[in-house]
Design a binder for this molecule. Structure first.
Ligand SMILES: [Zn+2]
Length: 231
């Protein structure tokens, strides 16, 4: 792409850690992560320079610098064992963005980092047929293994910028509907144990340990209603 026409600048930092997208599916998911590592150097080593079989398309530093590691038409290795809406090879159909952050459940994301993330996501959504309901966190697609991008990730702000969905609690939830059924209809793995925790981490982080099933159900129903407006 021509970086001069975008609202952000890319720093090329190519890695060989990628492969062909298996079966050539549409690129219809965007997956957001934090690296869980203390410094940018550690993250570049893990995702690009070192031997570990992990990579992502982009890595955004705390100062907002965007490192471009893997071409978007290639399959990067960021999702691992995961599931969303019946699909398990999420790497073959997604773009992965890593944010330099040691723990997005422990403290906020710097403003400069989010200010770069938003136009990058907007450009990716223009380039690929990614439904708002397929903008997810790593913990959404691997709830038993992952907690990124964590409770401090500004999902609502992203949704206000046209990236993903932010639900407002609906009051019309049928109390006889099981919350787990709604979560699975959204796309969460029916075989995973921590699906409700993943949903709470993303959409009600201030009630992470709440067992207010009615509130979870209202938010999940609201999300599903919005999601069903899209393919
Ligand atoms: Zn991750």
């Amino acid at each position: 792409m021509n970086a001069a026409t975008a609202d952000y600048a890319l720093v090329g930092h190519p890695t060989g850690k990628h492969g062909p997208r298996k079966g050539n599916p549409p690129i219809d998911m965007l997956v957001l992560h934090y690296t869980g590592l203390p410094t940018l150097t550690d993250s570049l080593e893990a995702l690009a320079d070192g031997p570990k079989e992990v990579s992502s398309h982009y890595l955004i530093d705390i100062d907002g610098t965007i490192y471009h590691l893997v071409p978007e038409d290639r399959r990067a290795w960021h999702a691992g064992l995961s599931y969303w809406r019946g699909e398990r090879d999420i790497n073959s159909r997604s773009i992965g963005i890593e944010l330099q952050h040691p723990d997005g459940n422990a403290g906020p994301y710097p403003e400069a980092q989010i200010a770069s993330l938003i136009p990058l996501c907007q450009a990716i959504l223009k380039r690929h047929p990614i439904s708002p309901r397929n903008v997810v966190g790593h913990s959404d697609i691997a709830p038993d293994r992952k907690e990124d991008p964590g409770t401090y990730f500004p999902w609502k702000r992203l949704a206000e910028a046209g990236i993903g969905i932010w639900p407002e609690p609906s009051d019309g939830m049928d109390e006889t509907i099981r919350v787990s059924k709604v979560l699975h209809a959204i796309g969460y793995d029916p075989d995973a144990d921590e699906v409700m925790a993943a949903f709470q981490r993303r959409f009600m982080p201030e009630h992470l340990n709440s067992d207010d099933i009615a509130l979870i159900g209202r938010l999940a129903s609201a999300f599903l209603a919005r999601a069903n407006e899209f393919s």
